[in-house]
Design a protein around this ligand. Sequence first.
Ligand code: SAM
Length: 198
Amino acid sequence: MDTNIARNRAELSGKLTIVLDSRSLTNSHKRLSEILSKGMTVLDVGCGTGSITRGIAEMVGPNGRVVGMDSNPNLIEKARQDHGDIPGLTFETGDIYNLPYEGQFDIVTSARVLVWLSNPLKALHMMKSAAKIGGRIVIADYNHEKISWEPQPPASMISFYYAYLKWRSDAGMDNAIADQLPAMFRDLGIEEINNPSA
Ligand SMILES: C[S@@+](CC[C@H](N)C(=O)[O-])C[C@H]1O[C@@H](n2cnc3c(N)ncnc32)[C@H](O)[C@@H]1O
């Protein structure tokens, strides 16, 4: 599968900055917020406009180190403008498939990013390499196939939704990525897996 097709389609999400800006650590990456502590080092890959990353930096405090990374330079520019004043927090343009870190972070995290990739296992492999030995990988993601509707929308909306899922899977993206993660973690040799949605 050509990873560029997924890259181009994932790029569209970069225009939705209002949605990204509305997110926060506690409302959009709750599990991570529960395990952060002062002084930690954290890499947030696919950080978008940095609103969740800001919350991470506030929680680990000025003695910690937090890097937000995204492949979209426009989002990184906006993240620096909006959150660049937080001590210990930096933003870098970069690709999850080519992380320039080796054994540096207590936690390597991504939220709603693997669902946009055609090779999430390779991305997880890079994330594992960026983590310290004994560090943690923390993923928040979706299974779009488990959607339930209440109330039931019009038939036209349902057919639009399934066309959207096909548009995604045609580009090699896994619409059910959240439920593939435990097996992928095991493939990477990660033994201790905590799956709060199971
Ligand atoms: C849906 S947004 C999620 C942003 C943020 N994590 C959040 O939860 O609000 C997905 C992000 O992943 C980024 N992304 C997609 N492919 C990437 C890649 N190969 N490397 C790094 N970031 C990538 C996109 O630019 C986008 O900002």
